[in-house]
Design a protein around this ligand. Structure first.
Ligand code: GTP
Ligand code: MG
Length: 179
C-alpha cells in the first residue's frame, strides 16, 4: 500500500498553476495568487483514494536544480497549458522532452497528465492539438481541460493524478524501450 502521493505542477508562466491549486484548496477562484503556492498536504480521509496527497507548485522563476529535485520526488507530474494560449500548448512538447530526461535520470516511473486550464475563455477544445502529442508519448496517462476560474474539473484533475499513481494504466516506464 502506498503511503502518499506527490503531485507536481509544471508549465509555462501564467497558465494558472498556482490558481489551480488555490482553487482546489479554497473551492473558490482567488483573484490574486503568489508566484508559487506553498506545498499543501491533503489528508487521507478527504481524498477519493484515501491516501495523503501533497501538491507542489512550480514557478518558472525557480532554478533548474529545483526542477530536477522536484521531478525526482514527484509521483505524477501535471503539465499545465492554457487553452487560449497557443504558445503554451506548443511548449508542452518541449516540457515533455525535458521531463523525460529528468525522469530517466531519476530512475522511477512518473506518469504525466496534460492539463488545459482556462477553459472558461474559449468555446473550442484544445484536444485536436493535444491528441497527437498524447499518442506520441506513452508516459502521458490522460489529459483534462479545466478552469480554475469556474472550478470546472478541478477536483477531477487531482483525482486523475492520484489515480495515475495508484492505478496506472500506461506501460511501466522502461528505458530500454527508448531509442
Ligand atoms: P507563474 O507562477 O508565473 O508561472 O504563473 P502560474 O502558472 O502560477 O499562473 P497563475 O496562477 O499566477 O495565473 C496567471 C493568471 O491567469 C492570473 O491572472 C489568474 O487569475 C489567471 N487565471 C488562472 N486560471 C484561470 C482560469 O481558469 N481562467 C481564467 N480566465 N483566468 C485564469
Ligand atoms: Mg505560479
Amino acid at each position: 500500500m502506498r503511503k502518499d502521493v506527490r503531485i507536481l505542477l509544471v508549465g509555462e508562466p501564467k497558465v494558472g498553476k498556482t490558481s489551480l491549486i488555490m482553487s482546489l484548496v479554497s473551492e473558490e477562484f482567488p483573484d490574486e495568487v503568489p508566484l508559487r503556492a506553498e506545498e499543501i498536504t491533503i489528508p487521507a480521509d478527504v481524498t477519493p483514494e484515501r491516501v495523503p496527497t501533497h501538491i507542489v507548485d512550480y514557478s518558472g522563476t525557480d532554478t533548474c536544480t529545483s526542477l530536477y529535485d522536484e521531478t525526482h520526488m514527484a509521483n505524477v507530474i501535471c503539465i499545465v497549458y492554457s487553452v487560449n494560449n497557443k504558445k503554451s500548448i506548443e511548449k508542452v512538447t518541449l516540457c515533455l522532452k525535458l521531463l523525460n530526461v529528468l525522469i530517466l535520470l531519476s530512475c522511477h516511473r512518473v506518469p504525466l497528465i496534460l492539463v488545459g486550464n482556462k477553459s472558461d475563455l474559449v468555446e473550442h477544445s484544445s484536444m485536436e492539438t493535444i491528441l497527437p502529442i498524447m499518442n506520441q508519448y506513452s508516459e502521458i496517462e490522460t489529459c483534462v481541460e479545466c478552469s480554475a476560474k469556474n472550478l470546472k474539473n478541478i477536483s477531477e484533475l487531482f483525482y486523475y493524478a492520484q489515480k495515475a499513481v495508484l492505478h496506472p494504466t500506461g506501460p511501466l516506464y522502461s528505458p530500454e524501450d527508448k531509442e
